[in-house]
Design a protein around this ligand. Structure first.
Ligand SMILES: [Zn+2]
Ligand SMILES: [Zn+2]
Length: 384
C-alpha cells in the first residue's frame, strides 16, 4: 500500500460523510473495516458508536492507548472542493477526519511491523463535540476491560505552523461548567413595587457580585478562571414585575479544586444577595467537562518522541493553557495521559482557517506527520 496516497484518500472520503455525536454509524463502519483489513481485532459498541482496536506483539504485558475523536459538527460547510461534505448541515469542521486518518495510518504501519513488544489500543471516540463520548466509553469499560498503561491524544490547531507540537507538562485546557440561577419573588405592578417584591434588582446585583469571585477570591496567577452570565430571562412585562428571573451561564477554570470553590462561592453570593432582598432562589451548577491536565512524565515522553519526529525546534514543551475544553479530561482521570496540540498551518496559509468555521479544512500535510508520531511513540513505549 502507498500509505502517503491512501491516507489522503481516507481523509477526503471521511470529509464527505460527516456525522454528529453518537450518530457516526457510517464513519464507525469505515474505521472498523479498515482496522479489520489491517488484521487488527476490533471491539465495537464501547460508548455507543465508539470502538477499540487491539494489536498485540510479543509477550510483554506493557500497553499504550492512542485516542482519536471521530464526530463532526452541525455546521453547513462552505468549501467547494470535490470532497466537501455530502451531509447537509454537518461538516468535519474540527478536523476529526484528520485525527481518524492519522490513527488509521499508524494502525496500518504497526500492523505491518514486528518491531514492538506489548499491546497497542486504538481508541476511536465518538461525540467529543458534545463532551459526552469519553464518559460513555469509560462507562462501557474502556479502562476496566483493558489494562491501558497510558493514553495519548492529539488535536490539530490552526494558526500554528504545520507539524509544530505544543505539549504542556500540566494544564492544557479548562473545565467547562454550566449554571442556572432562579431568583424568586412575589412580582407586582411596575407602578407599585412596594406592594410586592422584585427579583430583577436582586438578579442584577447577582450578575455584578458573581464577578467578585473571579477578581477578589481567586489567585489571579495560580487560579485563573472565567465566569460568564450569558442569558437572562424574566416572566415579567413592561408594567409587570416578574416573579422569576433566570440567569444562566458558563464558567471555566483549570483545576478540580477551583471548580469546586467557584461552585460553592456562587451559591454563597446568590444566597446572600437574595436573603438581603428577602427573596428565595434555586441554584444548579453542573460540570460538563473536567479540566484537561497532562501527567508530567507522560508528557515528557511525548516531547521526546515529537522532537525525534519533527525536530527539536518544532516542539514547544511548555505551552500555555487554553480556556477551551475537551472531554479527553475524563480519560485523564483514569490513567497517566498526555493531550497535545499540533499545528495545522499558519493563519492565511493552507490549514490556517480556525476550527469550526465553515471554510475550515484539515491540512493533508499533517497526516503522515501525525501517523509517524503515533508509530514512533509506540516503538518508544513498547520496545522490543
Ligand atoms: Zn475537535
Ligand atoms: Zn471542535
Amino acid at each position: 500500500m502507498n500509505l502517503s496516497k491512501e491516507i489522503i484518500e481516507w481523509r477526503h472520503h471521511l470529509h464527505t460523510i460527516p456525522e454528529i455525536g453518537f450518530e457516526e454509524a457510517v464513519t464507525a463502519d469505515f474505521i472498523a473495516n479498515k482496522l479489520q483489513e489491517f488484521g487488527i481485532e476490533v471491539v465495537r459498541g464501547i460508548g455507543k458508536t465508539g470502538m477499540v482496536g487491539i494489536l498485540k506483539r510479543g509477550t510483554s504485558t506493557k500497553s499504550i492507548a492512542l485516542r482519536a475523536d471521530f464526530d463532526a459538527i452541525p455546521v453547513e460547510e462552505q468549501n467547494d472542493f470535490c470532497y466537501a461534505s455530502k451531509n447537509s448541515g454537518m461538516m468535519h469542521g474540527c478536523g476529526h477526519d484528520g485525527h481518524i486518518s492519522m490513527l488509521l495510518g499508524a494502525a496500518y504501519q504497526l500492523s505491518q511491523q514486528d518491531d514492538f513488544d506489548g499491546t497497542v489500543y486504538f481508541v476511536f471516540q465518538p461525540a467529543e463535540e458534545q463532551g459526552t463520548g469519553a464518559k460513555a466509553m469509560i462507562e462501557d469499560g474502556l479502562f476496566t476491560r483493558w489494562k491501558m498503561d497510558s493514553i495519548y491524544a492529539m488535536h490539530n490547531l490552526p494558526g500554528l505552523p504545520v507539524g509544530d507540537f505544543l505539549i504542556s507538562p500540566s494544564s492544557v485546557m479548562a473545565s467547562e461548567n454550566h449554571f442556572k440561577i432562579e431568583v424568586l419573588a412575589d412580582g407586582g405592578h411596575a407602578a407599585m413595587p412596594h406592594l410586592g417584591s422584585d427579583p430583577v434588582i436582586a438578579a442584577c446585583n447577582i450578575v455584578s457580585a458573581l464577578q467578585s469571585i473571579i477578581t477578589r477570591n481567586l489567585d489571579a496567577i495560580h487560579e485563573p478562571a472565567v465566569l460568564s452570565v450569558t442569558d437572562i430571562k424574566t416572566n415579567g412585562g413592561a408594567n409587570v414585575i416578574p416573579t422569576v428571573v433566570t440567569l444562566s451561564g458558563d464558567t471555566r477554570c483549570f483545576t478540580d479544586e477551583t471548580q469546586e470553590y467557584i461552585k460553592q462561592a456562587m451559591e454563597r453570593v446568590v444566597s446572600g444577595v437574595t436573603a438581603a432582598a428577602g427573596l428565595s432562589y434555586n441554584y444548579e451548577f453542573s460540570n460538563c467537562v473536567l479540566s484537561t491536565v497532562n501527567d508530567a512524565s507522560t508528557s515528557a515522553i511525548a516531547v521526546r518522541v515529537a522532537k525525534k519526529v519533527v525536530g527539536e525546534s518544532k516542539v514547544n514543551d511548555n505551552c500555555k493553557p487554553y480556556c477551551i475544553s475537551e472531554d479527553f479530561s475524563f480519560m485523564q482521570r483514569e490513567v497517566p495521559s498526555c493531550y497535545m496540540l499540533v499545528g495545522n498551518g499558519l493563519a492565511g496559509e493552507k490549514g490556517g482557517t480556525a476550527l469550526h468555521l465553515p471554510h475550515y479544512d484539515f491540512n493533508d500535510d499533517l497526516l503522515l506527520i501525525g501517523a509517524n508520531f503515533w508509530v514512533e511513540l509506540v516503538r518508544d513505549q513498547l520496545p522490543k
